[in-house]
Design a protein around this ligand. Structure first.
Ligand code: MN
Length: 236
């Protein structure tokens, strides 16, 4: 299997700073193993940036750990950084991290409301589940997905790194040539409906074009949040 990737991050139209981090931060290609993910920090002033940066640096160190284990290590690193510096207390971050193996296995570790999607043909499948209050309400049948998208408290997370012990979702699937995988922060999915994401992803000629088309779409729709996108193409 050959993987071809690109990534981009933008602070959007309204925020003063960018608390998102993407990995890898340069485009490239190779047979894997490839780590690729996003972290969306929160905490005000510099704390959000520190949380996402510490988390991603920890999670992408060389080694054999699974993405889920890497997310757990990232959580410990964020907790430790906050314990050492009182000004950073309360900082947190999401993390959605994929590992693409040479045999086409895709493993994901995931906490929060960043997302991973798989585009196969014309079908866009969300591979991760948001850890938000509204997603739980949808799961319980209390509100519809359409109501969730407009819910005033849709940003409230039920899980994030930096709060304490964390349960990390682990997803394992197979990818095949022709597939396109998207990992993104909520700055994209808040601004651009899934069907539009599907169309823009499907029409982009390569990962680099896909990344910047999606970031431009988020900003054109208002750009209220930082937006981060990683796109990985699977080739024979
Ligand atoms: Mn965000």
């Amino acid at each position: 299997m050959k993987y071809v990737w690109a990534s981009g991050t933008d602070k959007g139209k309204l925020r003063d700073a960018n608390e998102d981090v993407v990995f890898p931060d340069v485009a490239g290609s190779g047979p894997g193993p490839l780590l690729a993910g996003v972290a969306d920090g929160m905490g005000g002033h510099v704390a959000g940036e520190v949380a996402s940066t510490v988390a991603m640096e920890t999670a992408t160190r060389p080694g054999d750990e699974s993405p889920a284990e890497r997310v757990r290590l990232a959580n410990e690193a964020v907790l430790q950084a906050a314990a050492e510096r009182p000004r950073l207390q309360g900082m947190g971050t999401t993390m959605t991290l994929g590992r693409f193996l040479p045999d086409g296995t895709l493993e994901l570790g995931h906490v929060g409301d960043s997302r991973a999607y798989l585009l196969r043909g014309d079908e866009l499948e969300q591979l991760t589940t948001d850890h938000t209050v509204v997603e739980e309400l949808v799961g319980l049948g209390r509100i519809t997905r359409e109501e969730a998208a407009q819910h005033p408290r849709r940003h409230l997370l039920t899980r994030s790194l930096g709060l304490g012990e964390v349960e990390v979702d682990e997803v394992v699937t197979d990818v095949r040539p022709g597939d396109r995988v998207l990992v993104c922060s909520d700055g994209l999915t808040e601004m651009v409906p899934d069907d539009e994401i599907r169309r823009l992803l499907a029409e982009a000629p390569d990962p680099e074009a896909a990344v910047w088309t999606l970031i431009e779409a988020a900003n054109a729709a208002g750009g209220v949040d930082n937006v981060s996108v990683v796109v990985v193409d699977v080739r024979p």
